[in-house]
Design a protein around this ligand. Structure first.
Ligand code: NDP
Ligand code: OXD
Length: 313
């Protein structure tokens, strides 16, 4: 079995050694930009994050392509370079769901309990208790109820916030009001005080957080975006914060990453910024999951996490 690996933001050695421990029979190679085709292994499996089209060219024996992340928006941009009949497999939790639950719980509680204000007061040497927010008026709405959104919802249930969620197909989640499809999006937004976006980036969801949608949120609402920068119309968010329709935002993802130093978000104290770390790809968990799936495919068994390319996630 031959596996070709590529991930521009990771040192390849620990991944290769982990993969070879999990799959001792495999021959492994790291794709290098500019490689001559005759030097490239004819791969059975590709394990990659944001691979270049050249990496897939001429690979006639592929049995599956494993995306080293949950979001497949970048790899799907390869279009026809990604062979249509070869399964594309995304990471299915692999340790990311609990990280997402931690991140969103922290961002929500920081805002709800006014820890952001207390941090500023502490810097100014001010001792001033503030009136608490009313939890019953603090409905949290989650856009996307998949692997990660579902785990966020389960975590938030422990804090007794009124919860609602929006997905494409209808869900039934105890303790949560569920909305489905475009026709129910406005109703979902109108009752949401803290909006969490954990949707995949597809043709249908690009720019979903635009002024017309964000204006549907009640005055003083708050945004947490942990999905993709292209979901958000960044200048609309800034304008709605400046006009005080929105109280602020916690953002982990941006249209341009790293966020450029001159970007106006850096100057807005009501926007908390993190560098796309809400849920990081964990090496051991990811290798374990990929190796198990390769073994299942080799036995001819079905696996979970195959991307539906017609839906884009
Ligand atoms: P899933 O595919 O498991 O879930 C996607 C959810 O979004 C599903 O509930 C789906 O509905 C819903 N959805 C998709 N399209 C629409 C639509 N047009 N209208 C309504 N609902 C829709 O994805 P994950 O939960 O695993 O991951 C979500 C995203 O999180 C990734 O695609 C990635 O972009 C982002 N991410 C960000 C990270 C970070 O560190 N910031 C790390 C990892 C992922 P249905 O259930 O009906 O199919
Ligand atoms: C992912 C990510 O999609 O890290 O896994 O954003």
């Amino acid at each position: 079995m031959q596996i070709l690996f590529y991930s521009p933001d990771k040192k390849p050695e620990p991944w290769l050694s982990g993969l070879s421990q999990a799959l001792p029979e495999a021959s492994l190679q790291v794709w290098q930009d500019g490689m001559e085709m005759e030097n490239v292994l004819p791969a059975d499996y590709i394990v990659a994050w944001q691979p270049p089209a050249a990496m897939l060219a001429g690979q006639a024996n592929l049995k599956a392509v494993f995306n080293l992340g949950a979001g497949v928006d970048a790899i799907l941009q390869l279009g026809a370079a990604l062979p249509p009949n070869v399964p594309l497999v995304r990471l299915d939790d692999a340790g990311m769901a609990v990280q997402m639950a931690e991140y969103v719980s922290y961002a929500l509680l920081r805002h709800f309990r006014r820890f952001d204000v207390y941090e500023a007061q502490r810097r100014a040497g001010i001792w001033q208790p503030l009136a608490p927010h009313d939890k019953q008026n603090f409905t949290v709405g989650i856009l996307g109820l998949g692997v990660l959104g579902g785990r966020i919802a389960a975590a938030l249930q422990h804090f007794d916030f009124p919860l609602r969620g929006w997905s494409r197909s209808r869900k039934e989640v105890p303790g949560m009001t569920c909305f489905a499809g475009d026709d129910e999006l406005d109703d979902f937004l109108q009752g949401t005080q803290v909006l969490v976006c954990i949707l995949p980036l597809t043709a249908d969801t690009t720019h979903i957080l635009s002024r017309s949608r964000l204006e549907k949120l009640p005055k003083g609402a708050y945004l947490i975006n942990v999905a993709r920068g292209a979901h958000l119309a960044e200048s609309d968010l800034l304008a709605l914060i400046k006009s005080e329709h929105l109280a602020g935002a916690t953002l982990d993802v941006f249209r341009t990453e790293p966020l450029p130093p001159q970007h106006p978000f850096w100057q807005e104290p009501r926007i908390a910024i993190t560098p796309h770390i809400a849920a990081m790809t964990l090496r051991e968990e990811s290798i374990r999951q990929i190796a198990e799936k390769i073994r299942a495919l080799e036995r001819g068994e079905p696996i979970a996490g195959i991307v539906d390319r017609s839906k884009g996630y």
